[in-house]
Design a protein around this ligand. Structure first.
Ligand SMILES: [Zn+2]
Ligand SMILES: [Zn+2]
Length: 485
């Protein structure tokens, strides 16, 4: 079965898992479509920027871009096929689907689950209908945390957030938390990663240069990828990990009183996500070996991460889920229904925007208006003090003008001082708020490393040469000269 040809080719702007600039896939030269065939099955193969390699979308095999040497496979084995939408089990036929008229969400529930509100958009406009597509999860991790505990954990997590709008962190919102089983693909695979670069040792004008190649193989078990389109991937990553020791074969009774979402994405729809996550972790790990050099330059064209022996399980994981609508935007929150880990995305207070607006006003073109008035007044003052005859009225006018001028200049000085301070405060608040109020960082793969399997990390360091840096009269480096050993 063709696993890969359902995915549209998405080269432009794709993220290179090895960092650096995104790799362009412009179909030029030997990478042009139609010109290269899969050595294994004969289908066309294309350059995959996420892999820095050629991949066959028909069989999942991967090949080195320059030599077409086999570099593993992205074919993922599943416990059974999940493609069918008509082939529903007898159990599926007995289930109901609760459909939201407002956002289109369709959740699975048993016949007795009453629903009052859509967990994704908060709309009460829900209708119940028969199942429209297969559901059949293979495994489930049942809920362990009840709603009261979930609310407590969410409040504690919210308390750590800064610069949030007034009235956002109210307890009353938390009553909307819904117990939701979220569909996940749990992936087991072997990861292979080769990295390459040039390391320099020595801080003065004499340096030693090495070519460094790392080669890494490790096994991961149960890396979760959520298959629901409506729930932010980052949110689900933020409440990881789940403990799979509670994982059991799915049975209908676990669904009583809960909602479940159906998978909307297959593992083959997630290549980019899978490779990006695995590539990032591999890159971070190999960076540890590069730290011992004073300078290190990575060769992005030689970095390569691929997986083999991949298999997935389809599993429902327990999540207390909530969407909050605030000033026209929706924010999603979740508590891990097994471990109690809470996360979400909190809006920043509008005070920051208002401060920025005031600063802009005070430092924009309008600031010339009081300055111009002050200039005009100073001309009058100059003219009055320069006239030769005495006049009671002019003397009084002069006093008034001087008072106005002093007040005006003082105000200009104070306002520009305040604007400068406000600018510093607002930029610090924004920085802190952006850092703290976004989803918690992705947890890497540490929790999924399979300790029972062999992990291999080889570093090959090859001495290249000693060099002396050549500097000009100002001390700028203008070149380097190799020294014979
Ligand atoms: Zn092929
Ligand atoms: Zn809805």
């Amino acid at each position: 079965m063709a696993l890969w040809n359902s995915r549209p080719l998405n080269g432009a702007g794709a993220v290179n898992p090895f960092g650096g600039a995104p790799v362009k896939n412009n179909g030029e030269g030997r990478l042009a479509a139609d010109s290269v065939k899969c050595p294994s099955c004969g289908s066309n193969i294309v350059y995959e920027p996420e892999l820095s390699a050629m991949m066959c979308r028909n069989c999942g095999n991967i090949y080195a871009a320059d030599t077409l040497e086999p570099r593993g496979s992205l074919g993922i084995s599943k416990e059974h096929d999940y493609m069918g939408d008509s082939d529903m089990s007898e159990e599926d036929k007995k289930r109901h689907e609760i459909v939201c008229n407002s956002c289109g969400a369709a959740l699975v529930a048993d016949a007795n689950t009453m629903s009052t509100m859509c967990p994704f958009c908060g709309s009460p406009a829900l209708i119940t209908r028969r199942m429209s597509r297969e559901f059949k999860p293979d495994y489930i991790v049942p809920f362990k945390i009840d709603k009261d505990q979930a609310k407590k954990n969410m409040m504690a997590w919210l308390a750590t957030k800064k610069y949030t709008p007034w009235g956002f962190k109210t307890k009353s919102r938390l009553t909307n938390m819904t117990a939701l089983y979220v569909p996940f693909w749990l992936m087991d695979c072997v990861v292979h990663s080769d990295m390459s670069g040039t390391g320099k040792v020595g801080r003065g004008t004499t340096k030693t240069i090495y070519e460094v190649n790392t080669s890494m193989t490790y096994h991961v078990k149960g890396v979760p990828f959520d298959a629901s389109v409506k729930i932010a991937n980052k949110l689900m990553e933020a409440i990881e990990p789940f403990d799979y020791k509670d994982m059991v074969k799915f049975e209908s009774r676990y669904l009583q009183g809960f909602y479940a979402d159906k998978y909307e994405q297959l593992p083959s729809d997630m290549t980019e996500r899978i490779i990006r996550r695995i590539g990032k972790f591999s890159r971070d790990e190999s960076d540890i070996a590069f730290k011992k050099y004073d300078q290190f330059e990575k060769r992005f064209d030689k970095g390569f991460t691929w997986i083999s022996d991949a298999s997935v399980k389809y599993c429902l994981l327990p999540v207390w889920f909530m969407t909050v609508e605030f000033e026209g935007s929706q924010y999603q929150f979740a508590v891990n229904g097994q471990t109690g880990e809470a996360s979400g995305q909190v809006p920043n207070t509008s005070v920051i925007d208002k401060l920025d607006w005031a600063v802009k006003l005070a430092t924009g073109p309008l600031k010339w208006f009081p300055i111009a008035i002050a200039a005009v007044i100073s001309i009058f003052i100059w003219m009055i003090t320069n006239q030769s005859y005495a006049d009671g009225f002019l003397a009084a006018l002069l006093t008034v003008l001087i008072v106005i001028e002093v007040i005006l200049l003082g105000t200009i000085a104070v306002v520009s001082g305040l604007a400068a301070t406000a600018k510093i405060i607002s930029s610090q608040m924004r920085k802190a708020a952006n850092e703290i109020n976004d989803y918690d960082k992705d947890p890497g793969l540490d929790a999924y490393l399979d300790s029972t399997s062999h992990t291999d990390f080889k570093v090959d360091e090859k001495f290249l040469r000693h060099v002396v840096l050549i500097t000009d009269d100002n001390g700028h480096v203008i070149g380097e000269r190799s020294i014979e050993v």
